[in-house]
Design a protein around this ligand. Structure first.
Ligand SMILES: Nc1ncnc2c1ncn2[C@@H]1O[C@H](COP(=O)(O)OP(=O)(O)OP(=O)(O)O)[C@@H](O)[C@H]1O
Ligand SMILES: [Mg+2]
Length: 243
């Protein structure tokens, strides 16, 4: 049992920014003074170690894992357990064991937030997570295109069916803001609103598209002072108010 608030970042759709959001939200919550961990539950497609630029493995103590810490965030990921980016070839039941391993065999201690970076879709991991961590609340991520929202919705329906509270929808890559004033809706619009309506929850945020900064080694992290960073700080406050 995790000792702290549990927030799953989910979507029926891949590539909408779940992992980037898990990291940026973790950092924003930390800026609010919260202690935060990220559990990377994308067992096959883990990406948190890469985003946080972690290239070392966790140590163990008395048979338990000491979580890796990066930017002050505690992290556990399948990426720490595999050799050199080898593919993971497992059947469903093994995935459930891994969720148990990541939650029960890691010395997390008591924290304010555990953020679960979910794999795309509504497969075995999502199903197991719903059964094993019933206290988890969820945000559903979509991009602004209405077709994306339609696919993203499946995760929301699944959460509701399994009686998980959906805190709300976050629309990512909503607009491009080249001069900080004029918004360009280059990926369409309305997806977040449609999804929030369908699920009867709030649209919590619409996050801008961030241009990859050449100087940044971890481009997915929102740099302080940017519109994306401001939006993440607001989102973190809204989410914190929902627990
Ligand atoms: N607001 C944003 N602005 C610009 N690029 C973004 C933004 N959010 C995410 N990205 C980029 O989009 C890509 C996909 O993001 P990410 O890996 O976080 O998505 P995901 O939903 O976790 O994908 P998967 O379903 O494969 O796990 C990454 O290259 C990421 O850097
Ligand atoms: Mg991901």
């Amino acid at each position: 049992m995790l000792k702290g608030n549990v927030l799953a970042v989910t979507s029926g759709k891949g590539g909408v920014g779940k992992s980037s959001m898990s990291v940026n939200l973790a950092l924003a919550l930390q800026e609010l003074g919260k202690s935060v961990a990220i559990i990377d539950l994308d067992i096959y497609g883990f990406s948190i170690p890469k985003i946080l630029d972690i290239d070392y493995k966790p140590k163990t103590f008395n048979g338990k894992i000491i979580p890796v810490e990066s930017h002050g965030i505690k992290v556990m990921s399948m990426g720490f357990l595999v050799k050199d980016n080898e593919p993971i070839v497992w059947r469903g039941p093994m995935l459930g064991k891994m969720i148990q391993h990541f939650t029960e065999d890691v010395l997390w201690g008591e924290l304010d937030y555990f953020i679960l970076d979910m794999p795309p879709g509504t497969g075995d991991v999502a199903l197991d997570m719903h059964l094993m961590i019933p206290e988890s609340k969820e945000i559903i991520v979509t991009t602004p295109h209405k077709a994306a929202a339609f696919v993203a919705e499946r995760a929301g329906v699944m959460a509701i069916k399994s009686k998980h509270e959906v805190i709300g929808v976050v629309e990512n890559m909503s607009y491009f803001l080249p001069d900080g004033v004029q918004k360009y809706f280059i990926f369409g619009s309305g997806g977040g609103e449609v999804l929030a309506d369908q699920l009867h929850v709030d649209l919590l945020a619409q996050l801008p598209i961030q241009e990859p900064a050449e100087s940044s080694e971890t481009p997915a992290i929102a740099i302080g002072g940017t519109p994306l960073h401001r939006e993440y700080m607001n989102l973190a406050k809204v989410i914190d108010s929902k627990f």
